[in-house]
Ligand binder design. Structure first.
Ligand SMILES: Nc1ncnc2c1ncn2[C@@H]1O[C@H](COP(=O)(O)OP(=O)(O)OP(=O)(O)O)[C@@H](O)[C@H]1O
Length: 258
């Protein structure tokens, strides 16, 4: 039988899951019938589960999602205007993340692009991927500032290294020379190594014009769009129907696989 000093040692070693499981087992009469291997197995199971939970919590805290409460279980497919459960569940499996593919979510204002991107980000965290959510206009400002105050290498490194980058509200304005350069830098470094989710009101067909310089636009879009799954949300703004929040949309009811 494990003694209190043993319990203390488990806690000292950070084996809190094992310690919790041991305490619970010790209080159950039926646990006395279990063998040593079973006790140890149950304690290890709890340790593994607690560590996995903690890792997801840490990943979500680092992600800084705009809608931290968003999750794929809350997508209302019944009232959908074309977003299919099958397609979202396929994304939820995470194969696209392992294949370092991208996801582009477009649609008019308020159709739920950011919310959906956050729900997908949360799912990626559950699958043990690191996530970072950034709004594109803010990111470009940060990068410009970081160039001046010496933070640039660290910031760009963070953007390149994270396993899933969510670039929200892309395409609100045409890109300047510097913004084009920064975007290319990020996209080039992440290409085939990491996944990116991009949300935009502007349809993909107009991104070339937004990036402005045709050669750089070709280079960026080649890396960003051609290996991207796509969702086009349709319908009225969710902000208008706050009383009945429902996720809407879908391009011809399907996600276009690359
Ligand atoms: N499935 C959902 N469940 C609950 N609330 C939602 C859902 N989708 C969107 N919303 C709510 O609708 C509002 C608009 O959503 P969101 O910001 O994601 O839209 P958007 O398409 O990104 O808009 P914009 O292009 O203007 O940034 C938010 O307040 C969000 O909380």
């Amino acid at each position: 039988m494990l003694t209190n000093p043993t319990l203390n040692q488990m806690q000292t070693l950070g084996l809190n899951g094992m310690a919790t499981a041991w305490r619970e087992l010790a209080e159950q009469d039926s646990a006395a019938e279990l063998g040593r291997d079973e006790w140890l197995g149950l304690m290890l199971d709890r340790e593994v589960a607690m560590r996995a939970d903690k890792r997801v919590r840490n990943r979500l805290a680092a992600a800084r999602l705009r809608f931290p409460e968003a999750c794929i279980e809350d997508i209302d497919f019944a009232a959908s205007r074309g977003l299919y459960r099958r397609n979202i569940m396929a994304l939820a499996q995470g194969e696209w993340l392992k294949a370092h593919e991208n996801l582009i979510v477009t649609g008019q204002t308020g159709t739920g692009k950011s919310w959906l991107a956050c729900a997908i980000g949360r799912q990626a965290a559950r699958l043990d991927h690191s996530i970072l959510y950034v709004r594109a206009p803010r990111l470009f400002e940060d990068l410009a500032l970081a160039r001046l105050d010496g933070r640039f290498p660290r910031l760009i490194d963070k953007l390149i290294r994270v396993q899933l980058l969510i670039l929200d509200d892309f395409g609100t304005h045409s890109l300047s020379d510097q913004q084009r350069f920064h975007l290319f830098e990020i996209v080039e470094e992440r290409y085939r190594r990491k996944s990116t989710v991009i949300t935009a009101q502007t349809p993909v067909a107009r991104w070339h014009d937004l990036i402005a310089d045709p050669t750089v636009a070709d280079a960026i879009l080649d890396r960003l769009v051609h290996n991207a799954h796509r969702i086009e949300l349709q319908g009225d703004s969710m902000r208008k129907q706050k009383a009945a929040p429902v996720l809407t949309g879908g391009e011809n009811g399907e996600i276009n696989h690359p």
